[in-house]
Design a protein around this ligand. Structure first.
Ligand code: SF4
Length: 555
């Protein structure tokens, strides 16, 4: 057995709590902090802070040793023990736990008992006599003594064996069924227990309501955009300060805990110290040209879930699987285009809606990627032909918004300028999400790989284009937030003014924060969280846990 095959004791604890949690954390290297994990880490600090005091004398002849690392190839276990109290050949592991002593007959939960027992077994393998362990509950300041008896040893070894079998099998266990454990689980937003059960079990429509929907806590951090040319970003303790160029040199300070991502346009300087801190805190920094062209991202280490990326590469090589996924996203995109037309048109669009519905049906039956792309192109042509009718005529501005189909690089009219600017932000958003989920954003299943093109982000973006970007552009034009005077024309292209770009970013962010009822899961969710849910469902599809990728379609 290699050292890398040894199972860490803390993952055995997680496995005892929930086999799926143990698998996600140990095999798929997923980890997310929540209140409980942060609180636990904070409370462990005192123990860790003293780890340099290797040995200290305690009461009587007892010696204390903190942060003791032990491994046993025979057991297939490794782990760190917070504190070992020993007296001659007798040793007692002490495990610190956040919270209070639970109201159970054993005065501790099974995962904690198993964890202490596993530590005791490691001490025995190291030559110590160990027949008891201690769990110290920090909030109650109480030590609970645990008998390392035969029953506990047998339960611990049996869990260890079944965990190892699971790891070797490489198949993620099904989520728990309506368990209260999921409510406090830090990985709920990755695991998505209720969503996965709903999608993986054959559920009749009228039975869907009996499925619980666990809604993870909302993340209060927001994206920060810096578009002022010559601005300077530097680290200032737990904040960043953004200074505008001379002569104004206005300073703005933002707390890092309030920042989910940083987006910089054009010539903005960022200090190395600030970049390092962004990487450390997993805050991605995205770079755009002044016109909004998305260049790339700086981010910390990528997800360690290599199995997911292998599954993504396998799906890429599997033509039928790629086509299956592509059919879903194109069908979803066409449905969402129809929704945008229905919501915004004041004319009778029956013919167009029928034509698009027919494209959706053909997309489901497409026999090849080429055929599907042809259908998608036809649907886009029909949809963009309607777009001018969705724009309210407004006197002299009418000509300014005369849209005659999609064009880009450079955009030739105001509508295309706005669409291109916001599509670039959306593709960045999905690239960032794909990295966070552990996917390779540059390997798509429908968009083929090309140097520098985030093909997977472009795939996942298809169904979201109409309901996010097109919707924002139409709203801004129709409510007067964008007018003809906000565009600069020259050299055969059209560009947005600085003021309009700021307003477009604000409108985009409003849209991303808009709460909607999820059409399938029934809970209230923001568009930003929808992007993550879709990327996670795509990863569950890649890992074979759900048989189809469910495109997101609003009604
Ligand atoms: S959310 Fe529930 S099923 Fe998923 S890992 Fe956590 S406890 Fe297990």
């Amino acid at each position: 057995m290699n050292d890398s095959d040894l199972i860490p004791v803390r993952y055995l604890n997680e496995y005892a709590y929930c086999p799926r949690l143990g698998y996600l954390e140990w095999v798929e290297s997923e980890f997310v902090d929540n209140y409980y994990t942060l609180d636990g880490r904070f409370k462990h600090k005192r123990v860790d802070a003293q780890s340099d005091k290797v040995t200290e004398e305690g009461e009587g002849d007892k010696a204390h040793r903190r942060s003791v690392y032990l491994s046993s190839k025979k057991l297939g276990l490794t782990g760190r023990i917070d504190l070992v109290e020993h007296e001659g050949e007798r040793a007692t592991p002490v495990e610190y736990k956040r919270g209070k002593v639970p109201d159970t007959p054993e005065r501790a939960y099974e995962p904690e008992l198993v964890q202490v027992c596993a530590q005791a077994l490691l001490l025995r393998e190291s030559g110590y006599s160990c027949d008891r362990g201690i769990i110290y509950f920090i909030d109650s300041k109480t030590r609970i003594e645990v008998d390392i008896d035969e029953a506990l040893v047998s339960r611990t070894l049996s869990l260890l064996e079944s965990f190892r079998e699971l790891v070797n099998k490489g198949e993620i266990p099904a989520p728990l069924n309506n368990s209260v454990k999921c409510i406090g689980c830090s990985l709920a937003k990755i695991c998505m227990p209720d969503e996965v059960r709903l999608l993986s079990e054959a559920v009749e429509k009228d039975e869907e309501d009996r499925y619980r929907r666990l809604v993870p806590a909302r993340d209060d951090a927001v994206p920060v955009y810096i578009i002022g040319q010559g601005s300077y970003v530097r680290l200032d303790g737990d904040c960043i300060t953004v200074t505008s160029p001379p002569p104004e040199q206005e300073r703005e300070t933002i707390r890092l805990i309030d920042v989910s991502q940083l987006n910089v346009y054009g010539n903005v300087q960022i200090t190395t110290q600030a970049l390092r801190e962004f990487c450390e805190r997993s805050i991605p920094v995205s770079y755009f040209s002044t016109g909004g062209w998305f260049y790339g991202i700086t981010h910390g280490h990528t997800s360690k879930n290599v199995h997911l990326r292998i599954a993504q590469y396998d799906a890429f090589r599997d033509g039928e699987r790629s086509l299956e996924f592509a059919r879903k996203i194109i069908q979803g995109k066409i449905k969402n285009c129809r929704t945008i037309i229905r919501r915004n048109s004041t004319e009778d669009e029956t013919t167009t809606l029928k034509a698009l519905a027919a494209c959706g049906k053909y997309a489901v039956r497409a026999n090849s990627m080429e055929e599907l792309l042809g259908i998608e192109g036809n649907a886009a042509h029909i949809y963009f032909a309607v777009l001018p009718r969705l724009i309210k005529p407004r006197g002299t501005d009418e000509l300014e918004f005369n849209f005659e189909g999609r064009n880009r690089r450079p955009p030739l009219d105001p509508v295309n300028a706005m669409l291109s600017f916001l599509y670039a932000i959306l593709v960045k958003e999905i690239t960032v999400t794909a990295y966070a989920v552990g996917l390779d954003p540059y390997l798509g299943l429908m968009h083929r790989p090309r140097h520098g093109k985030p093909a997977l982000a472009l795939d996942l973006m298809e169904e979201m284009r109409p309901i996010i970007v097109d919707s924002v552009v139409l709203t801004m034009i129709n409510n007067g937030e964008a007018a003809g005077k906000d565009f600069i024309k020259g050299m055969g292209s059209v560009h947005m003014s600085d003021g309009l770009r700021k307003r477009a970013i604000r409108a985009y962010e409003r849209r991303m924060s808009t709460l909607i009822k999820h059409p399938k899961f029934g809970y209230t969710i923001s568009y930003r969280r929808v992007l993550e849910v879709q990327a996670r469902l795509f990863s569950r599809f890649l890992m074979g846990e759900i048989s189809e990728y469910p495109a997101f379609c609003t009604r």
